[in-house]
Write a protein that binds this ligand. Structure first.
Ligand SMILES: Cc1cc2nc3c(=O)[nH]c(=O)nc-3n(C[C@H](O)[C@H](O)[C@H](O)COP(=O)(O)OP(=O)(O)OC[C@H]3O[C@@H](n4cnc5c(N)ncnc54)[C@H](O)[C@@H]3O)c2cc1C
Length: 327
């Protein structure tokens, strides 16, 4: 392996966390590689409007993602399309991708999270034929139609409100009797005459005619009563699952599969750090994960400065007074 082939930092995932880390690392003159399996920008690219990222009172998610991307490229981070399949510590980090292998003195895992599925009959059958997780991508197809949104958090309420631009009626089906979304989002939804709410209820089945979705079977979890709601589309926003399938048995994960890290973003593997939505305990908002990306790079710089020492962990512990515990 020639020294030129070794990156100072390999960042896995090109969402807001990974791209912010790339900006800070490249500006710190670290030889930086971002490995992204899809289009750089991450989850935020799929939402229509972002209005809580400072400096941008209103910006589309796609534009914000693209700005992060351009910013990282401007300072010289290399961004490569590749899916990471595994990684190992061999005195440096050995990363295996679908296209080959990469070596780096350190790695930052910023693979984020994906939408949780309902896991009910009919959902997979009609995925892409009425079932969706992306209002921005698919909302246009529901002009003057009826849709249901499943969930009660920020994403469900925000995307449901967005869907009223197209749909005749948007029915939010939520398993509790109150929304979890931020108050400002709730108020907008309650004020919107196109929105309706079905409380204390879960979707039990997605029904269709073999081609498209036609209705959902819903059960009230308090009364046990079942009903069928006719609909043309089902938008599912019931939480996120971490993109850590490739790390099982490799890194320490929490019960839900998020990566455990100490106070300095260090994982259970030497030289490997994590930040953003994929980190256990992260606050899943762009402003927070971007900050995590920057802070992680600061820790990585400390690590790289010390890695030539025989026992960097001990020196690290001495300097900080504590190794920090995994959260
Ligand atoms: C519908 C919706 C609306 C939202 N609205 C807002 C909002 O208004 N304001 C706000 O602050 N936040 C919002 N969020 C949350 C915000 O999008 C996330 O907190 C943020 O995108 C997390 O960034 P990340 O970089 O940690 O992860 P992600 O954005 O998930 O990026 C991770 C990247 O890693 C890549 N990846 C995954 N696995 C691999 C692999 N094995 N190899 C290579 N690459 C891989 C993925 O393709 C992805 O590009 C919203 C989220 C959703 C879903």
């Amino acid at each position: 392996m020639s020294p030129d082939a070794v990156y100072d930092l390999a960042i896995i995932g090109g969402g807001p966390t990974g791209l912010t880390a790339a900006i800070y690392a490249a500006r710190a003159a670290l030889k930086t590689l971002v490995l992204e399996k899809s289009v750089p920008g991450g989850q935020i690219s799929a939402t229509m409007t972002v209005e809580n990222y400072p400096g941008f009172p209103e910006i589309t998610g796609a534009e914000l993602g693209e700005r992060f991307h351009e910013h990282a490229r401007k300072f010289g981070a290399e961004i490569r399309t590749a899916t990471v399949e595994s990684l190992h510590w061999e005195g440096y980090v050995h990363i295996v991708t679908d296209g080959g292998e990469t070596f780096a003195r350190s790695a930052l895992i910023a693979t984020g999270a994906s939408h949780r599925r309902l896991g009910v009959p009919g959902e997979a059958t009609y995925y892409g034929r009425g079932v969706s997780n992306c209002a921005t991508c698919d909302g246009f197809f529901y002009r003057d139609k009826d849709v249901v949104v499943v969930g009660g958090g920020d994403a469900a309420v925000e995307e449901g409100t967005f869907l009223t631009r197209f749909a005749r009626k948007v029915t939010v089906i939520h398993r509790r009797d109150a929304l979890r979304a931020q108050k400002i989002l709730q108020q907008r939804a309650f004020d919107n005459p196109k929105m309706a709410f079905v409380w204390n209820s879960v979707v039990e089945e997605v029904l269709g005619d073999g081609e498209r979705v036609t209705s959902v079977k819903v059960k009230n979890i308090i009364t046990g009563e079942e009903s069928v709601i006719p609909t043309d589309g089902v938008f599912v926003y019931v939480g996120m699952v971490p993109n850590t399938g490739f790390l099982k048995g490799i890194l320490e994960l929490d019960e839900q599969g998020f990566i455990k890290a100490d106070c300095c973003y260090r994982t259970s593997m030497p030289g490997v750090f994590t930040a953003g939505d994929v980190r256990s305990g992260s606050w899943r908002q762009v402003i927070a994960v971007a900050a995590e990306g920057a802070l992680a790079v600061r820790e990585i710089e400390f690590y790289l400065a010390e890695e030539h020492l025989e026992e960097p962990d001990l020196l690290w512990a001495r300097r900080r007074g504590s190794k920090g515990s995994m959260v």
